[in-house]
Write a protein that binds this ligand. Structure first.
Ligand SMILES: [Mg+2]
Length: 432
């Protein structure tokens, strides 16, 4: 849909408040009101913080060992539970999509919604969305509304910052002087797409706030900075010029890699890990309807640990391109066997699928190769994906990916909450 130049454009941005922490609280309500953080893979550092945790002075990215002592002050830490967050996100996005036909999912907890053509006021729609998400999912959100995506983002920031707004800020429905005041209160580096690197250069041009930027001449900005900055200024002035992406572009490469919970020396363990990562990557590949033409497999030791250092990597062609888990695993394992060195403590490994092409493309692969056209509608893979979608991830696996629950390459996740919404064995028990 073309939104360019439209004067009546109304765009909402719905954003989950402390989303990962909020998901943890949904399945463990006793965590409400407590300082709570979520840790990155292998329990390394804080990647999400509740307001109470922020009040304890915990910064984004703070290493766990440096804040662990705050447990004595009530801090609770959880290992990242992406199965839970992803599922809650899916549910939230589905609910939001029911309010208007035109939705763009921007991140795991943010979605734009086109309110054009709806007759209710922004306040009414915003509160209705917040109310439904809170009631159906137990998740807190804020809604920002503006004449462009950049203004909707800014309005959302205001809604989060000022509790008096009760979670909804509608910049389309206030007097121009008040809107200008809101923009003047917003430092330029808080504007979507500006960021810390660009802000000092803008300040040097006497552009300190969102209002300064909105009032700058886009043509001058284009020559002094870039067309992106010029577009941002136009957007702040109320002209919607960013495109809508109803269907996000398929990814051009799919990487699945992990740091191991413990060092891995045995080839068997490495092969297992790589089989697992390749299965994941292949699932993502099929989900976006693509085939991969090249596969890279790699493993390396840690630069920070004593012992023999080693890194191996192999880039292997897939002829013809494929989306079959078994085929990708066979190629990846052959590549890894060739590079593996006994006696090394491997700390990380992964696979990367590249040269990604849509399933329906016509391939010009090796003329002399046996004629085997790519078959994306392969029934085995279809059955694999359907069974796993219905009965839970990993119900059906390729045998080389099977592993014990204490495999050394598994991530350290000592503080993990249950996958309460996606795994039958981990449902929450309620006792009366
Ligand atoms: Mg958020």
């Amino acid at each position: 849909m073309d939104h360019q130049g439209s004067t009546s454009t109304r765009i909402a941005l719905i954003d989950g408040n402390s989303f990962y922490c909020a998901c943890e609280r949904v399945i463990q309500p006793a965590l409400a009101g407590k300082p709570l953080i979520v840790l990155s893979n292998n329990d390394g550092c804080a990647i999400a913080r509740s307001n109470e945790a922020k009040a304890l002075g915990i910064r984004m990215g703070a290493p766990w060992f440096s804040i662990r002592h705050l447990e004595s002050r009530g801090l609770v830490a959880r290992s990242a539970n992406f199965a839970l967050y992803g599922d809650m996100s899916d549910r939230m996005m589905t609910l939001i999509g029911q309010f208007a036909p035109h939705q763009e999912i921007y991140s795991i907890d943010e979605s734009f919604l086109d309110l054009g053509g709806l007759s209710d006021t922004g306040q009414e729609i915003g509160q209705a969305i917040r109310h439904r998400i809170a009631q159906w999912l137990g998740l807190p959100t804020c809604v920002g509304i503006g004449a462009s995506k950049t203004l909707a983002k800014l309005a959302n920031h205001l809604a989060k910052t000022y509790p008096v707004l009760q979670g909804v800020c509608d910049l389309c429905d206030i007097a121009p002087e008040r809107r200008d005041r809101a923009l003047a209160l917003t430092p330029v580096d808080a504007v979507w797409g500006i960021g810390r690197r660009l802000a000092p250069r803008l300040r040097a041009q006497d552009i300190h706030t969102a209002l300064d930027l909105a009032r700058s001449n886009p043509r001058d900005l284009r020559s002094a900075f870039s067309s992106t900055v010029a577009d941002t200024a136009r957007e702040l002035a109320g002209e919607a010029c960013l495109d809508w992406q109803d269907h996000p572009e398929p990814r051009r490469q799919i990487l699945c890699s992990r740091s191991f919970g413990q060092p891995v020396t045995r080839l068997d363990d490495l092969l297992q890990a790589i089989s697992r990562f390749t299965s994941r990557a292949a699932e993502k590949l099929r989900r976006q309807g693509s085939l991969a033409g090249t596969l890279q497999v790699f493993a390396r030791t840690s630069y920070f640990k004593p012992g023999r250092q080693h890194a191996c990597s192999a880039v292997l062609p897939l002829t013809p391109p494929s989306d079959r888990t078994d085929r990708l695993i066979a190629v990846a394992l052959a590549g890894l066997r060739g590079g593996y060195r006994p006696g090394c403590n491997y700390a990380k490994a992964g696979v990367c699928l590249m040269d990604i092409q849509p399933t329906h493309a016509q391939f010009q692969y090796d003329l002399f190769a046996p004629a085997e056209p790519p078959r994306a509608d392969d029934r085995t893979m279809l059955a694999l994906d359907r069974i796993n979608a219905r009965f839970g991830a990993d119900t059906l696996q390729i045998a080389s990916a099977l592993h014990d629950h204490d495999a050394p390459w598994l991530m350290r996740q000592e503080r993990m909450s249950p996958r309460a919404t996606t795994c039958w064995n981990e449902l929450i028990e309620i006792r009366c």
